[in-house]
Design a protein around this ligand. Structure first.
Ligand SMILES: [Zn+2]
Length: 271
């Protein structure tokens, strides 16, 4: 993993502290999406950011609950920001932040809020700190834009997940049996619990949940079209694709997703 300690810059003025000269850390400009936030002490917040330049960064926002001047209410979940950070190993410090957009239309619809929160939590759990991933940043911001512009659609969630898994190298095997390598042609494949890496043929995966070739074709299409809203699933195909993606994501999470309860409340889980 890359070391995010900001390099000592000889141009900076050193500060005398406890008998030592310490380098003064310089703040760096970033663009980021807020993927998590928690209250900290009386007036502060700890913010999880997915930054374009430095990947996932956790930062302390001093006075965030009171200082409208410095943060202007920009530190809301899934807001897209321009900000200045002092990067340190462990916890960064947020100096100032300005919202590029808070995606206002997402915030007026409960299903869209639930899906945006889910997408952010997935990125938070799946990404290690300090590993930049510009493709994933573009995918997340494209999904937030889609949620902000169009009605919340469970197909877009599955489009997001399929591309997320592909970008991170966790894409399930869809067209060949994961065990014996047989081509899964028109009959599709079998999804077996505990085999998240892909589908099995009927011989290798008896008693599995069938996933049709039509559903796997649509998931492959999700990787090819590069645009939200372009892949349409029937309800049956969506259920099959959803089961497969849930199974593929699960082993990479170190704790259960809290946002699933909210998705269930607004009728979007198991879609
Ligand atoms: Zn097989």
């Amino acid at each position: 993993m890359r070391n995010i300690l900001y390099p000592i810059n000889s141009r900076l003025v050193d500060t005398f502290f406890f008998g030592c000269y310490l380098p003064r850390m310089e703040s760096v400009p970033c663009e980021a999406v807020v993927i998590g936030a928690m209250e900290y002490r009386e007036a502060d917040k700890i913010i999880s950011l997915f930054t374009l330049e430095h990947g996932k960064v956790r930062g302390l926002a001093r006075g965030a609950k009171k200082s409208v001047r410095r943060f202007g209410g920009a530190l809301e979940l899934f807001a897209r920001l321009r900000l200045r950070l002092i990067l340190r190993e462990g916890l960064a410090t947020l100096q100032e932040a300005e919202a590029i957009t808070i995606y206002p239309r997402i915030r007026s619809e409960l299903p869209a809020i639930a899906l945006a929160g889910y997408a952010c939590e997935l990125v938070d759990l799946l990404m290690p700190e300090a590993l930049p991933n510009r493709r994933l940043f573009r995918l997340l911001t494209s999904y937030l834009e889609q949620l902000d512009q169009a009605a919340a659609d469970p197909a877009d969630r599955r489009f997001f997940e399929m591309n997320l898994l592909n970008i991170l190298g966790y894409c399930p095997q869809l067209k060949e049996c994961r065990r014996c390598g047989a081509i899964l042609a028109g009959e599709g494949g079998q999804l077996l619990r505990g085999v998240p890496e892909g589908l099995l043929c009927t011989r290798c995966g008896p008693g599995g949940r069938p996933v049709s070739a039509a559903a796997t074709d649509l998931l492959v299409k999700c990787l090819q079209v590069g645009r939200f809203g372009a892949v349409r699933f029937s309800p049956i195909e969506l259920a099959e694709a959803g089961a497969l993606l849930d199974e593929a994501i699960a082993p990479h999470l170190h704790r259960p997703l809290r946002s699933l309860a909210f998705l269930a409340q607004v009728g979007l889980q198991n879609n």
